[in-house]
Design a protein around this ligand. Structure first.
Ligand SMILES: [Fe+2]
Ligand SMILES: [Fe+2]
Length: 189
C-alpha cells in the first residue's frame, strides 16, 4: 500500500483546488500578498500606458535630420510598451484582480511622467528618464515578489530586460547625435 499516501495527497490536492476554484490560477502554494501584487501590477500597467502615449506622441512629432531612425525606434518602443501593458493586465486578471485602464488618475498611478518634449534630443532624454524610472521600479517589484509569486516575477523580469534594451537604444542615439554635433563643430571651425 505504498501508493496510498500518494493517492490521498492527489485527492486532497484536487479537493483543495475545487474548494478554491473561485481564486482561479491562484492556489495555496501562492505565498504573496495578492492584493499588494495586484496593486503593484496596476501601477506598472499605468506606467506602461503612459509610456505608450509618450512614445506615440514622440513618434508623430519627431523631425530633423536624425529623425527617421529615431522615430521608427519610438514606434517600436510604443508597441513593446503596449505589449507589456497587455501582459500585466492578463496577469492581474489571472490573479483574480481587475486591470485599471481608467484615464482618471492614470498619471498619478504611473511611475513615469508624460513629458512631451520639443526637440528630438529633449524627447530622447525624457524617454531615457522614463525608462530609468521603469527599470528602478521593476527591479524593486521583482525584489518584493521574490519567490512568493514566481510567474509574476518571471513576467516582471522579462519586461525589465526589454526596458534595459530601451534605455540602451536611447543612450546610443544621444551618443550618436553628440558625436555628429562635435564633427560638425570641427568642420565649421
Ligand atoms: Fe515597458
Ligand atoms: Fe520601455
Amino acid at each position: 500500500m505504498t501508493d496510498k499516501p500518494f493517492l490521498t495527497d492527489v485527492q486532497e490536492l484536487r479537493r483543495r483546488a475545487r474548494q478554491h476554484i473561485e481564486t482561479g490560477a491562484v492556489t495555496d502554494a501562492y505565498r504573496a500578498n495578492r492584493d499588494t501584487v495586484i496593486k503593484l501590477l496596476n501601477e506598472a500597467l499605468a506606467t506602461e500606458i503612459v509610456c505608450v502615449l509618450r512614445y506615440k506622441r514622440h513618434y508623430f512629432m519627431a523631425h530633423g535630420i536624425h529623425a527617421d531612425p529615431i522615430a521608427a525606434e519610438f514606434l517600436t518602443h510604443a508597441n513593446e510598451e503596449q505589449g507589456h501593458a497587455d501582459q500585466l493586465a492578463a496577469r492581474i486578471v489571472r490573479l483574480g484582480g481587475s486591470p485599471n485602464f481608467s484615464p482618471e488618475g492614470l498619471l498619478s498611478r504611473s511611475h513615469s511622467e508624460y513629458v512631451e518634449g520639443t526637440t528630438l534630443v529633449d524627447m530622447i532624454k525624457e524617454d531615457l528618464v522614463a525608462e530609468r524610472v521603469a527599470i528602478d521600479s521593476y527591479t524593486e517589484m521583482i525584489r518584493y515578489v521574490g519567490d512568493d509569486d514566481i510567474t509574476t516575477r518571471r513576467i516582471l523580469e522579462s519586461i525589465l530586460a526589454v526596458e534595459e534594451e530601451h534605455a540602451d537604444d536611447l543612450n546610443s542615439f544621444l551618443a550618436d547625435i553628440e558625436k555628429d554635433w562635435k564633427a560638425r563643430d570641427r568642420t565649421a571651425g
